[in-house]
Write a protein that binds this ligand. Structure first.
Ligand code: OFO
Length: 184
């Protein structure tokens, strides 16, 4: 008896998301190592924490495939691109990577919608929300770097930024939770 509740296309796209989350983890890992090599231990810590988040995302997709009776296929991952050449470049590349991952999540949502696979559609909504948060976190990094002076930031402001990011929250507040009493 076939107990696989996923169509072939859905199983494939979810497996490809497993790979994408693993690749996202490697990007954060490599940027963390790069930041540390430049002396930014706070920023490195921030990236290492996010590396772990991406691995958690990977595990969520794996558990979902298995829980629906599907087959998980672990494949090769693409290595991270070459090291950034500045903090600005690092944050921009991270943002671009998150946007690409958001696009991949939307493809899952679109396919689940087309196939009327409401279980997968529902599962993917967690990731839609997560990507809003993740993009916002990186936008905040870019804003903070801009305030610090961007590529022309002084050593002192970079020192403060590094300190701040070492302890920055891992989650951004969602717009849906905002109110006039608590705008953020
Ligand atoms: Fe998995 O959330 Fe970022 O990419």
């Amino acid at each position: 008896m076939n107990t696989n509740r996923l169509s072939k296309k859905i199983e494939d796209i979810l497996n490809s998301q497993v790979t994408k989350e693993a690749e996202a983890a490697q990007v954060y890992l490599s940027y963390g190592c790069w930041a540390d090599s430049k002396g930014y231990s706070g920023i490195a810590n921030y990236f290492f924490r996010h590396c772990k988040e991406e691995r958690n995302h990977m595990m969520k997709v794996i558990q979902y495939i298995m829980g629906r009776g599907g087959e998980v296929k672990i494949t090769d991952t693409k290595g991270p691109s070459k090291n950034p050449n500045s903090l600005q470049d690092c944050f921009e590349k991270t943002f671009k990577h998150e946007v690409e991952n958001t696009t991949a999540i939307y493809e899952i949502v679109n396919l689940a919608h087309d196939e009327k696979d409401w279980a997968t559609y529902n599962f993917a909504q967690w990731f839609v929300q997560e990507q809003i948060e993740e993009e916002k976190l990186i936008m905040d990094l870019l804003d903070k770097l801009k305030i610090a002076g961007g590529d022309k930031a002084s050593d002192e402001s970079l020192f403060n930024l590094d300190e701040y990011l070492g302890q920055a929250p891992d989650h951004a507040p969602l717009p849906r939770e905002a109110s006039m009493d608590k705008p953020e």
